[in-house]
Design a protein around this ligand. Structure first.
Ligand code: ATP
Length: 352
């Protein structure tokens, strides 16, 4: 590619800035040229524009279409964000991460779970992708106090949104040689909402006869992920179940610090780690940057830079599998800096 790849960068907070800088360094080590465009979201945006997600930032992200995003702290009990559009309409979101995805109309959050050699113990060969619907469910932002002692949240499910995420999951399976899609749900209890989710997945499955389809109750899916994860290939599920299952899966692989993610829409994509901003270790120089680096590799693949994406993934795997330079979450003592340097050196072909 001769023109620099233009990428919006949301540095995030907590460990966000540290792991975002590490990821930019690793992507640059591939030799590709980048035009990084910082976009203000979160505390920096509040300081500059008085809102954590100003419409100016939304427009910048939409215009660039490709973003690398560090995690953003979601304060418990205070996460709600209200965005006002040019037509005066107000949109309420339960968190800043949710607001970003929905303002950008990103509808699916693929979260790959891939074993990393001995670090992943029994699950060294694990290779699953969780496809999490991210526009509705109990995270739709429809939560309110009924009176002083009762609160309720609406579990929004629409056929259009489920068909869209189901179709994306089957198309992904078809393109990537995956053999099975499993819908994880609780349709035995939530017959209307999860019932609709399952029904729409079944409908879409009929359009892809070469891909096997089955379904699994969400509680049974959590159990099976721990006991027999190899039974899964692609899992399609709703917003909250996907949020929880993917952290469980990251635990199987070995650390939240190894779990990448993407957010895909019709007109844009934003790449971020599955984990949060880890405020407990922010600023200590020990955050594991790998989840975001692997998200960066997904970004390269999405942008068509397949060879570079593979080089980044291979370098990460070789450094992790060697187990010499690892951050504390992986049982090592290395710093973010040392791990990043080792991955860059591996990409450039030198020994770390
Ligand atoms: P959120 O609700 O946004 O997911 P959280 O505080 O519930 O945030 P995380 O920020 O993901 O969850 O952190 C969970 C635990 O995992 C913390 O102890 C944190 O330090 C650790 N952790 C998360 N990401 C990393 C990482 N990249 N490197 C090392 N440790 C991490």
């Amino acid at each position: 590619m001769s023109n620099p790849l233009r990428i919006a960068v949301v540095a995030g907070n907590g460990i966000g800035p540290e792991i975002t800088a590490a990821t930019q360094r690793v992507l640059e080590a591939t030799g590709l040229a980048f035009d990084w465009v910082p976009v203000l979201v979160g505390d920096e945006a509040v300081a500059e524009h008085g809102h954590p997600l100003p419409q100016l930032s939304v427009r910048q992200l939409q215009e660039i279409g490709l973003a690398l995003k560090g995690p953003l702290i979601v304060e418990k009990l205070k996460g709600r964000v209200i965005c006002t559009h040019a037509d005066g309409s107000e949109h309420v979101y339960p968190s800043l991460n949710n607001a970003l995805r929905r303002e950008l109309q990103l509808f699916v959050n693929p979260r790959p779970l891939r074993g990393m050699g001995a670090l992943s113990g029994k699950w060294a060969e694990l290779d699953i992708v969780i496809m999490r619907e991210v526009t509705e469910d109990v995270y739709a932002g429809l939560e309110r106090m009924v009176d002083a002692d009762r609160a309720e949240a609406i579990k929004l499910t629409t056929r259009a949104a489920v068909r869209r995420v189901a179709r994306y999951s089957f198309e992904f399976a078809r393109k990537n040689g995956r053999r099975r899609v499993t819908c994880a749900h609780k349709a035995n209890v939530l017959g209307l909402t999860d019932g609709m989710f399952l029904e729409c997945c079944r409908e879409v499955a009929a359009e892809f006869p070469e891909i096997a389809f089955d379904d699994c109750m969400i509680d049974a899916a959590a159990y099976a992920l721990v006991k027999t994860p190899q039974r899964f290939d692609v899992i399609v599920t709703s917003n909250q179940y996907g949020d929880i299952l993917s952290d469980l899966g990251a635990g199987l692989v070995g650390s939240l610090g190894l779990a990448p993610g993407a957010n895909i829409g019709e007109a844009g994509a934003m790449f971020e780690a599955s984990h949060g901003a880890a405020p407990d270790i922010a600023g200590k120089g020990i955050a594991n940057p790998i989840a975001l680096i692997l998200s960066g590799a997904l970004l390269l693949r999405h942008a068509g830079a397949l060879a570079e994406a593979e080089r980044v993934e291979a370098a990460v795997r070789s450094v992790v599998i060697e187990r010499k330079i690892l951050t504390p979450d992986l049982g090592g003592q290395a710093s973010t800096e040392a791990l990043t340097a080792a991955i860059c050196a591996r990409i450039k072909g030198a020994s770390a």
